[in-house]
Design a binder for this molecule. Structure first.
Ligand code: GLN
Length: 284
């Protein structure tokens, strides 16, 4: 590394990552360099031709080695961006995905029409959905439920970090611990929806680092849609919304489950890649 510049260090890191089959190697290498050095993009560009600091390089090398082992970039950075907000991530929660921003947009399109709506996020994970919603609207009763205590710990930190204080986080196996008698204007959920047999085909980043329970939707991937949809009417106001993120091949099945359970106005919404991503409906 003698006399290596910052830019050369990033190039070197990128080449290493490429050898380990990492896509976007250049991008990831630069992000990791900025994290190791504390530089923002402007500073990095201005200082690209300066000599790399030894301590920075050592830290950077450590990050690059981890990324080379397919640890997700977000785990190494300990954070990610979702809907314009920063969220901490770790092994206890599914890394928030850009795809899920569509669910937030769809939810907001209805919630904005209501005065202080009450919203439940079932299987909240990192809390990214309910926290993003609460940042955009004046929410009434906001609740995030998850089976995992560890996930809830992270969700609470994320709520605090984003200055959203009025959400209650509840440890609950689906609706078991949601007090009966509470009803919501909307239930949103991005539940685990991967078919069990497909999990081994996922990338190492997902398969080895996202919590298994956040992925596994059982044999046909639909278990949580069935269970949540069956229980949801008891926790929804009349005309209340149920909105799901789905896997791109699940639109027909999930729409069917919802219409059989008394939901109407069912719509499927496609993501930016043109894939079915959200199913939404309303309690008749
Ligand atoms: N609701 C969380 C998210 O969208 C967690 C989803 C999950 O664990 N399947 O990130």
């Amino acid at each position: 590394m003698a006399d290596m510049t910052n830019r050369e260090a990033v190039k070197h890191g990128a080449r290493f990552l490429e050898q380990f089959g990492i896509e976007n190697a250049e991008h990831d290498s630069r992000e990791l360099f900025m994290e190791a050095s504390g530089m923002n993009m402007t500073r990095y560009l201005l200082d690209a031709s300066k000599c790399v600091d030894k301590a920075v390089y050592e830290k950077f090398e450590g990050f690059i080695a981890r990324r080379g082992q397919h640890e997700p970039l977000q785990h190494i950075l300990g954070k990610t961006w979702f809907f314009g907000h920063e969220f901490i991530v770790n092994r206890d929660v599914l890394v928030p995905r850009p795809d899920t921003e569509l669910l937030v947009e769809q939810a907001l399109s209805e919630l904005k029409k209501k005065e202080r709506p009450d919203v439940l996020d079932m299987c909240t994970g990192s809390g990214c959905i309910i926290i993003s919603l609460a940042s955009e609207i004046n929410m009434g009763n906001g609740m995030g439920a998850d089976f995992s205590d560890k996930a809830l710990r992270t969700a609470k930190i994320n709520a605090e970090k984003n200055g959203v204080e009025n959400i209650s986080f509840v440890r609950s196996d689906l609706f078991k611990n949601i007090p009966s008698g509470i009803s919501f204007d909307m239930i949103v959920s991005n539940p685990p929806y991967i078919e069990t047999a497909m999990i081994e085909t996922l990338s190492e980043e997902v398969r080895l680092f996202d919590p298994y329970e956040a992925l596994d939707g059982d044999g046909d991937g639909l278990k949580f849609y069935r269970e949540i949809t069956a229980a949801a009417p008891a926790f929804l106001k009349k005309g209340g919304w149920l909105m799901y993120e789905i896997g791109c091949s699940q639109a027909e099945a999930v729409s069917g489950i919802m219409s059989e359970t008394g939901f109407g106005d069912i719509k499927v919404v496609k993501d930016l890649a043109g894939l079915d991503r959200v199913v939404r409906g309303r309690l008749k």
